[in-house]
Design a binder for this molecule. Structure first.
Ligand SMILES: CCCO[C@@H]1O[C@H](CO)[C@@H](O[C@@H]2O[C@H](CO)[C@H](O)[C@H](OCc3cn(Cc4ccccc4)nn3)[C@H]2O)[C@H](O)[C@H]1NC(C)=O
Length: 133
């Protein structure tokens, strides 16, 4: 497992910035935000080559340990070995994930969370910085 941060109090409109380097042979990585490890308002999972997916971003939610319905994005602004920065912000209706090249991915706030207490970063990603602003 990678970095886990708990007892956060990120409010709507604030953003969570994750900066780091994708490993050269990366198969995938994930950024998870929510209430705790079993209640994720967003599992953001770029896949270079995993679970049969090549260069697809899989987004999902998890409620009481149960995965929701996946949403997939094939506009894939990630390269193995590259540095990258991901900014996640949210309001009660949806989350916004800002990516390189002014790309934006929206995902519904299915849990209706009013604040984010939990962040984890997993997989083939070397974290440089985490910033809450
Ligand atoms: C076609 C019928 C089967 O559907 C497949 O069902 C799989 C099992 O549910 C789906 O894979 C799961 O998708 C979830 C999101 O919907 C999560 O991504 C599940 O992975 C959780 C996880 C995180 N980690 C840590 C990690 C994360 C990134 C890289 C390395 C380790 N290890 N396991 C991942 O196992 C997979 O996305 C899904 N594929 C499709 C096309 O629907």
């Amino acid at each position: 497992l990678g970095l886990v941060a708990t007892h956060l109090n990120i409010q709507a409109g604030e953003c969570i910035k994750v900066k780091g380097k994708i490993l050269p042979e990366a198969k995938g990585f994930a950024v998870n935000v929510g209430k705790d490890r079993s209640n994720l308002v967003l599992h953001f999972n770029p896949r270079f080559d995993s679970h049969g997916d090549v260069n697809v971003i899989v987004c999902n939610s998890m409620e009481d340990g149960m995965w929701g319905t996946e949403e997939r994005e094939t506009d894939f602004p990630f390269q193995q070995g590259d540095k990258t920065e991901i900014c996640i912000s949210f309001d009660t209706a949806e989350l916004t994930v800002k990516l390189a090249g002014d790309k934006k991915i929206m995902f519904p706030n299915r849990l209706g969370l009013e604040n984010i207490e939990y962040l984890s970063v997993e997989g083939d990603f070397a974290i440089k910085a985490i910033k809450f602003s």
